[in-house]
Design a protein around this ligand. Structure first.
Ligand SMILES: Nc1ncnc2c1ncn2[C@@H]1O[C@H](COP(=O)(O)OP(=O)(O)O)[C@@H](O)[C@H]1O
Ligand SMILES: O=C(CO)[C@H](O)[C@H](O)COP(=O)(O)O
Length: 442
């Protein structure tokens, strides 16, 4: 039997799912990140987590894995040398240090482009370039960088051994033109006019998510018992993987990922991009249609609000316990903007936006109600904007991620969204990546 393996790198942990060609699950494994590591330790932490989730898969399944796809947090980026060894600390998806290059980026990129966000992959790459140009000491300016990769690209490299390859989901926020499938000239040529060096030589080659990149290396095959012709595919981002897992295929339907962050994606006939609000469109790729997307778009955005803020104040057990004491029909008048630090990406693309978490009532149920209600307002404002800007009207919202199991929250969200809010059969991004891996046989 052929198995298809999906591996999801989220903020709080890593999960794997192995499925057969009918989509039935045969194995699941998980590795939770229990404490914060210094940024310099992240690559080795990710590598160890990758090995740990693979080792938990029964050998009998590993030996029949036909293909593997990995998703990672979108816009988490790295610079590596020719051996694939990171030459400096990775920059995480929600890191807004790119704010220092935004003015110069505005001079190069088209108005309102997706990259015009302090957290975009391109802003981070230019921040590195700026460090190099100015020779700023202590910034981690990497003199020996050769390859610019996203988290998912690098993890896939650990399996297939080829450097410099990304996919058009991860590459969207790098400025890759996902309609014409090429890097635009403002990116390949324009940068050199404003910064001292050109970035063209270090940009990854971009493939379609789910397309075969190459077999696992002999070393990986031997170590884990994968067949030597087991294929590693182009990957995707964590919230697109969650979208794919839901099985949504009808324009007007959407998936909200309530993980550490809040990400929304609406399947739309029309494309919408508007950097004022951090709204962008991914090219839709359906593994169920052999990687074709029917010209549809995944329109949406990702906010720094979400489960990470909830986890800062409550354990998962408390979230469950207190949520059950909330009456979802009753509106909380607490008006928060729940963030752990300054800056949001969507629906307020504002690197200086301040968290708003006051007043804080003594009653934890009341406080949690205010948090859930406020995150629901941000979600609903996001969907409202997508439609105001021309996306296909919203008909139904599926929920994925750790917050999907909170039915009280779903009821609160439904009050704002005014469409059915449902939990799909499959809510895990690893399942979506496993479906993506199946593209190689469709
Ligand atoms: N009952 C609950 N209600 C709301 N949120 C929850 C609940 N249980 C867990 N969470 C949130 O889910 C998040 C983890 O979701 P997950 O999808 O695993 O995140 P990620 O992929 O970003 O690591 C945590 O931040 C946690 O606060
Ligand atoms: O906060 C996140 C961590 O990855 C979001 O899931 C992500 O930013 C969404 O990005 P994309 O729309 O490119 O999948």
């Amino acid at each position: 039997m052929n198995f298809y393996l999906g591996i999801d790198f989220g903020t709080t942990g890593v999960r794997s799912t192995a499925i057969d060609s009918n989509g039935n699950i045969h194995s699941e494994s998980q590795y939770n990140f229990t404490h914060e590591e210094p940024a310099s330790e992240l690559p080795s932490r990710w590598e160890n987590a990758l090995w740990a989730v693979i080792e938990q898969i029964p050998l009998a399944i590993r030996s029949q894995v036909r293909s593997i796809a990995i998703d990672g947090t979108s816009s988490t980026v790295m610079l590596c040398d020719t051996e694939g060894i990171p030459v400096c600390e990775p920059i995480l998806y929600n890191d807004g240090r790119g704010v220092t290059v935004l003015d110069r980026l505005r001079a190069i990129a088209p108005a309102n482009h997706t990259v015009l966000n302090a957290t975009s992959s391109l802003a981070k790459l230019l921040w590195w370039l700026e460090c190099e140009d100015t020779g700023r000491a202590g910034t981690g300016a990497p003199p020996l960088r050769r390859f610019f990769l996203h988290q998912a690209d690098w993890l896939a490299f650990l399996l297939h051994g080829k450097l410099g390859i990304s996919d058009y989901h991860n590459a969207l926020k790098l400025g890759y033109d996902v309609a014409n499938l090429c890097y635009p000239s403002w990116l390949t040529e324009g940068i050199a006019g404003v910064f001292k060096s050109s970035i063209a030589p270090i940009l990854p080659q971009v493939v379609a998510p789910g397309i075969a990149i190459g077999p696992v290396t002999a070393q990986i095959g031997d170590r884990f018992g994968f067949p030597h012709d087991c294929i590693v595919c182009g990957g995707t981002t964590d919230s697109i993987a969650a979208f794919l897992a839901s099985g949504v295929n009808s324009p007007g339907e959407a998936v909200t990922s309530l993980g550490s962050t809040l990400a929304i994606k609406l399947l739309s006939y029309t494309r919408v991009d508007d950097a004022r609000y951090g709204i962008y469109s991914h090219r839709f790729t359906s593994p169920l249609q052999g990687g074709a997307g029917g010209g549809l778009w995944l329109v949406g955005g990702a906010s720094n609000t979400g489960g990470a803020v909830l986890r800062h104040f409550f354990t998962d057990t408390e979230l469950d316990y207190y949520s059950k004491q909330i009456d979802p029909k009753q509106e909380s008048l607490l008006d928060y903007y729940p963030l752990l630090k300054k800056g949001d990406r969507f629906p307020n693309n504002d690197p200086n936006l301040l968290p708003r978490l006051e007043p804080r009532p003594a009653d934890p149920v009341e406080f949690l109600h205010g948090l859930l209600e406020s995150i629901a307002r941000i979600e609903s404002r996001g969907y409202e904007l997508l439609q105001e800007l021309g996306a296909t009207p919203l008909t139904k919202v599926y929920t994925a991620g750790g917050g999907a199991k909170n039915l009280v929250w779903s009821a609160i969200r439904k009050r704002y969204l005014k469409v059915p809010v449902v939990t799909p059969v499959r809510t895990s991004a690893a399942y979506g990546s496993a479906l993506l891996a199946m593209t190689v046989d469709s």
